[in-house]
Design a protein around this ligand. Structure first.
Ligand code: SAM
Length: 473
């Protein structure tokens, strides 16, 4: 039975409820009266239920689609302003005991080089990431209790936080590792992680079990209930995601929103972020072997409707997507993007030789961080942000949501974004990026509504120019 408050996957991602939702959406996809009611509710910017959002996803009436695209842009602007937060992934190890059929790290792949970073490797990799200007990392690892036990992950986190090179520092480490125990989540929390990210891959149980034929990840319930264990272990910020292409996108969309509703119902706080990866070519993986790939247009609809359905949840898009796709979807609600990513184990400090590639998947957006920052400012008219202040000030979970819901981002995140951008410009930017950025900061300072906040931000920016760096952004 469908019950968002239940802790059992079968109840909160109830298959019959997803199927009923899809049938309801299909039946009502041309019901203009209902669609207008849903759009009216959406305009209140407080979100939609999985049923309501699914009706919009099913609807193909061009004017209505345009209406929700416009609304998604407005919600993004109202809640997040024109900031985009930047991060990079850091692959620690590709040893893996699972059999995920879409991932080249699957245990049966005997030819991919297996690599695991030593603590010395991490110092080199993180120094290279700091030298680009990164302040926020997402660490990634395969699941292997012998090669990548939790103690190894914890040691890596400690090393990452300890590295201080020139003016560099990694101020927030998000973690994307396999579903684990409450006890291990507590250890991650104590290690000072930011968001715990775990992609569901697919919410469709039968497909999930086929796509994960072997290894601990085969257990659908254990995987689907992981976020509840993470929250029980004290982690406030969790990041959801679906690997689009594995199953029917309408099914995934409804179930993803049901998962968000479940977290809100049980823990009083929804997901901190939602990621929208699509399957990519990788070593022995051909994305065409999966029947459910989605077009760029449907991808854009999904991004817009996630933005509308869960306005307080950040949305992440990675370098799996090309510059062109990123240009299309960022305005529809994305709040974080990765830049200059390597999906290999190592590769930031020195690129891997081609015949030794340990990449998890092909990256489409191959630009440097400086190019991405420059493009965000010059072509996209966004403020690239390296801010991690919320996390450092303890504004996680419902405290962050309160900031977002009260639309205080312009007085809080906006100045922090400008100050961290200033750090980036002074310490790492090319001359052109610096010139573009300085002009942008001058203009954007004027958009801080509170006069006192504006003055303090301007003072801090002047101090950064003169070498001061120990702010808590
Ligand atoms: N091993 C962890 C787990 O099981 O969740 C960490 C995840 S992995 C390093 C990060 C994510 O990459 C996976 O959750 C999956 O969604 C995605 N991924 C795997 N293979 C992919 C592919 N061929 N193309 C795009 N994304 C892929």
């Amino acid at each position: 039975m469908y019950d968002p408050k239940s802790l059992k996957a079968a109840d909160f991602i109830n298959h019959e409820e997803v199927e009923d939702t899809l049938a309801y959406a299909e039946k009502n996809k041309n019901n203009v009266e209902l669609i207008d009611q849903i759009l009216e509710k959406a305009r209140l910017q407080k979100g939609l239920t999985h049923r309501e959002a699914s009706v919009l996803l099913a609807c193909d009436i061009p004017e209505k689609v345009q209406e929700y695209f416009d609304l998604a842009q407005k919600i993004k602007q109202d809640y997040y302003g024109n900031r985009i937060v930047l991060f990079a992934p850091l692959y620690l190890s590709n040893y893996c005991v699972n059999g995920c059929v879409y991932c080249p790290y699957h245990a049966k792949n005997k030819h991919i080089p297996r690599k695991k970073l030593t603590q010395e490797d991490i110092v080199r990799e993180v120094t290279a990431l700091q030298d680009m200007g990164h302040k926020r990392l997402a660490i990634e690892a395969g699941e292997d209790p012998v090669n990548n036990p939790i103690e190894y992950i914890l040691e890596c986190i400690k090393t990452i936080y300890s590295i201080k090179h020139k003016n560099g520092a990694i101020r927030r480490v998000n973690v994307n590792i396999a579903a684990t125990t409450v006890e291990n989540y507590r250890k991650l929390k104590d290690a000072g992680i930011g968001t715990y990210i775990l992609f569901q891959e697919t919410y469709h149980k039968e497909s999930y079990e086929k796509l994960h034929p072997t290894g601990p990840k085969h257990n659908y319930e254990y995987h689907t209930e992981a976020m509840d264990r993470a929250m029980e272990g004290g982690i406030d910020d969790v990041g959801l995601g679906v690997l689009f292409g594995l199953e029917l996108y309408k099914y995934e969309f409804a179930a993803l929103l049901m998962h968000a509703e479940h977290l809100e119902a049980v823990h009083g706080v929804g997901p901190h972020t939602i990621s929208v990866p699509r399957i990519k070519h990788a070593d022995d993986i051909d994305p065409n072997a999966f029947d459910n790939s989605i077009s760029d247009d449907i991808f854009a609809k999904l991004c817009a409707l996630i933005r509308i359905a869960v306005p307080y949840t950040g949305m992440i898009i990675s370098t799996r997507e090309s510059q062109a796709v990123r240009e299309k979807v960022i305005p529809l609600g994305i709040s974080q993007i990765s830049g200059a990513s390597r999906t290999s184990v190592g590769g930031y400090c020195e690129p891997e030789p081609e015949d030794e590639s340990s990449e998890q998947f092909d990256v489409s957006d191959k630009r440097t961080l400086d190019q991405v920052v420059n493009w965000l400012m010059k072509d996209m008219h966004y403020i690239p942000s390296f801010c991690t202040a919320c996390y450092r000030e303890g504004r996680t979970g419902d405290r962050f949501m309160a900031l977002c819901k009260s639309k205080q981002i312009l007085n809080c995140c906006h100045p922090n974004a400008l100050m961290t951008l200033k750090e980036y410009l002074v310490d790492y930017a090319s001359p052109d990026t610096r010139a573009v950025g300085e002009a942008l900061i001058e203009k954007e300072l004027l958009n801080i509504p509170n006069e006192k906040v504006r003055r303090i931000a301007a003072e801090h920016i002047a101090e950064i120019e003169n070498g001061k760096r120990d702010f808590r952004f």
